[in-house]
Design a protein around this ligand. Structure first.
Ligand code: GLN
Length: 488
């Protein structure tokens, strides 16, 4: 089984084309694998085996008739439990949405269907995507496949763990402040957060609308590139989706092969608090690129120190507004104890939302309240956000992309980060990318002595995902990390 389930999407596509296996057979391998390892990993919140196998059967029928919808037709994919998939549960790992069933498909889910992909399961996450470890899921912990006592990262915890453990070949996640890149790094897989506006947010439950972006986790760079090509594009249902030509990322990567790019490196990412083994791996990556003939350019990112406070003001402000819709009336849970209309709001939210979500809502309401709005939100956070963007744009005058660690430390033990602040600080290298709307990736770049994966972060210019993917692939081609998988 291992021969197939840990293969790249390219190999799976070839296998389907060469009739080595059908989509039903392939899907069954992932279903069996899921059933075998889920007691240890806990990546899924729900799955619907019959529905998934029907989708695989339909794909096989199309193939037999010569009517495949795309190269990806028949390939299984997992969804973070934040994307609406018609007829399936959509919980956002929250009690308040525990029994909610999606009445429609998210635009991205529609794109997956148009490509003929097989939707396998709903993946665990931190509640409403607030968190970095799955410890804030209302339903379960997901365990890091490389060491089951450790966190997988988050909030796209299930997406990263399921790909790493071979339960799905690829998964969708979302990234508001690092939630694709950080779990990808901690689980040793590839993750991409596209530029803000690159893909539609319609049908993806909103956390912080000016920061949220969906993206992809897979075992290889070509895998995320393939899926990104089918997800991109303007959507009349999301006014922030960008009207840009849709690239063929694989073709761009092919055309870019052998190019020697310039990479920016900033001291701001290599300060106190960076784990020495991660530092060493990232420094080795810099050497690797130098040897390929890349130009390594020192850059300044003066405002990076402000990224965490700015992010937690803006993200919480937007969350407090977005989550107002979960009021016990329109969606999901309503407290049976409520007698009056005020009690419907109070008890339903009080019982339905978890502690981290409440903390964000309180923080958000505080910074938006009269008197505080100017002091924190408008006159400070929004203005510093612009400065962070300007800093990146200045750096991009000299370089094609920026290279950095994805996380300051490898996966910690469950329960180790016991204060909210300790958890917020783990986002230090990722949140600025969302604040500036840039594309970012994490790719595997080594292991610690304890056998924990290390992630290398690549940050690009707006809408230049092709460059990022090309630079990432050059690294992957020179290393063997993507062929490593955890022995469960
Ligand atoms: N860990 C960050 C937070 O808790 C980022 C979350 C995300 O990207 N969805 O807000």
């Amino acid at each position: 089984m291992d021969d197939v389930i840990f293969q790249s999407l390219d190999t799976l596509i070839n296998g389907l084309n060469a009739k080595q296996f059908s989509s039903v057979e392939l899907t069954q391998l992932y279903i069996q694998r899921t059933k075998a390892v889920e007691p240890k990993i806990g990546a899924f919140l729900s799955f619907d085996e019959d529905k998934t196998l029907k989708e695989a059967q339909a794909s096989d029928k199309r193939r037999a008739e010569g009517a495949s919808l795309s190269e990806l037709d028949g390939i299984p994919i997992g969804l973070k439990d934040i994307f609406a998939e018609k007829g399936q549960p959509l919980t956002c790992a929250s009690r308040i949405l525990e029994h909610f069933i999606s009445p429609y498909d998210a635009t991205l889910v529609q794109h997956l269907r148009e490509a003929g992909m097989v939707l396998w399961g709903r993946l665990n996450m931190d509640e409403f995507a607030m968190g970095s470890s799955s410890e804030h899921s209302a339903f379960k912990m997901t365990h890091n496949p490389w060491d089951l006592t450790r966190i997988p990262g988050g909030s796209s915890s299930g997406s990263a763990a399921a790909v790493a453990a071979g339960e799905v070949p690829v998964a969708l996640g979302t990234d508001t402040g690092g939630s694709i890149r950080q779990p990808a790094a901690l689980c040793g897989v590839v993750g991409i957060k596209p530029s803000y506006g690159r893909v539609s947010r319609y049908g993806m439950v909103a956390f912080a609308s000016s920061l949220d972006q969906a993206g992809i986790l897979a075992r290889r760079v070509s895998g995320v590139a393939r899926i990104l090509s089918i997800l991109c594009g303007a959507d009349p249902k999301d006014a922030t989706s960008a009207r840009k030509p849709i690239p063929n990322f694989l073709a761009d990567m092919q055309a870019n092969k052998g190019k020697q790019w310039s990479l920016g490196v900033s001291d701001a990412y290599f300060q106190e608090g960076l784990n020495p083994e991660i530092r060493q791996s990232v420094e080795q990556a810099i050497e690797f690129y130098k040897n390929l003939g890349y130009r390594i350019v020192p850059i300044q990112l003066k405002t990076l120190d402000y990224a965490i406070p700015v992010y937690y003001v803006i993200a919480s402000a937007e969350a407090s507004s977005n989550l107002a819709r979960f009021d016990g009336i329109r969606y999901g849970y309503r407290s049976p104890k409520a007698q009056t209309i005020d009690q419907v709001f109070e008890y339903s939210r009080g019982e339905g939302l978890g502690p981290e979500v409440k903390r964000r809502i309180l923080l958000g309401l505080h910074v938006l309240s009269s008197g505080k709005y100017d002091a924190y939100y408008y006159d400070k956070a929004q203005k510093v956000r612009r400065l962070i963007y300007n800093d990146f744009m200045d750096a991009f005058k000299q370089v094609d992309a920026i290279l950095a660690p994805t996380t300051p430390v490898p996966a910690n033990k469950q329960g180790e980060k016991d204060t909210p602040l300790a958890m917020y600080l783990s986002d230090i290298y990722t949140v600025s990318v969302n604040l500036a709307g840039l594309p970012g990736m994490s790719i595997p770049c080594g292991f610690t002595q304890d056998g924990l994966p290390i992630g290398l972060q690549l940050i690009g210019k707006p809408f230049e995902e092709s460059t990022l993917l090309s630079i990432a692939e050059a690294f992957e081609a020179g290393h063997d990390y993507s062929n490593c998988y955890p022995l469960l």
